[in-house]
Design a protein around this ligand. Structure first.
Ligand SMILES: [Zn+2]
Length: 224
């Protein structure tokens, strides 16, 4: 109660500023309407066109550009933890508005939502795991089981300056199933950004080797 009141007061006196343009944003979303319009682009994407044979579908909500790129960058590298619940809200509202995805997910099936695990050293430095913070609230609200199905077994270099071939070599073999992971038939595999699809594909490969039947990749933003 007190914390809700404090947060209301802080919203009144220090309104959240849009990471794209600096305008005040009322409510709990991350971006102002105008900046969102510039990058909002919900779409299913064919995994084959990214060369991802272990993925059965892909869905992206934003273009990785402009205000959403700025917001993710701040959340990852400027310790802007306050943006995480707002990014989570962007995902939740966007997916609800779009009527979820284009795939027909059978109602009676063992399904779990998981996120690409952040490198432990980076997670420790940041104090939080960006994909988990964005997607876990939505999974909970949608009644999906959230499970940490994957773990990193070795460190990787940051991906953004690497060529596609270097990315593949960098990621190959970096994931394993988490100890005691109970694998469902279907996994919704979440990451904040999808560029070449290499990370989602490698994680999907490990899940399928473990016996998962279908893996769908979800990303908040994509450059594709
Ligand atoms: Zn804006």
């Amino acid at each position: 109660m007190v914390s809700a009141l404090l947060s209301l007061l802080s919203d009144l006196f220090y309104p959240h500023a849009c990471p794209g343009c600096g305008e005040g944003v009322p409510g709990m979303l991350a971006l102002c309407g105008r900046c969102r319009e510039g990058v909002y682009h919900p779409r299913p994407f064919h995994p084959g066109s990214l060369g991802c044979p272990h993925l059965d579908g892909l869905f992206f909500l934003f273009d990785y550009a402009g205000a959403i790129q700025e917001a993710l960058h701040k959340a990852k590298f400027d310790k802007r933890e306050d943006l995480l619940p707002r990014l989570a809200r962007e995902w939740q509202e966007g997916v609800e508005k779009e009527g979820r995805f284009s795939w027909q997910l059978p109602a009676e099936v063992q399904l779990a939502v998981t996120a690409i695990p952040t490198d432990p050293a980076r997670r420790k430095q940041r104090g939080y795991d960006v994909p988990e913070e964005i997607f876990r609230p939505w999974a909970r609200k949608s009644g999906y089981r959230w499970a940490a199905l994957l773990q990193r077994v070795r460190s990787t270099r940051p991906q953004f300056n690497l060529t596609p071939a270097e990315r593949k070599a960098n990621i190959q073999g970096c994931f394993a199933l988490a100890p005691k992971a109970v694998l469902p038939d279907i996994v919704l595999l979440c990451d904040d950004i999808c560029t070449t699809g290499t990370t989602l594909e490698e994680a999907a490969r490990v899940l399928k080797q473990g016996g998962v039947k279908k893996v769908y990749g979800l990303a908040l933003a994509s450059s594709n």
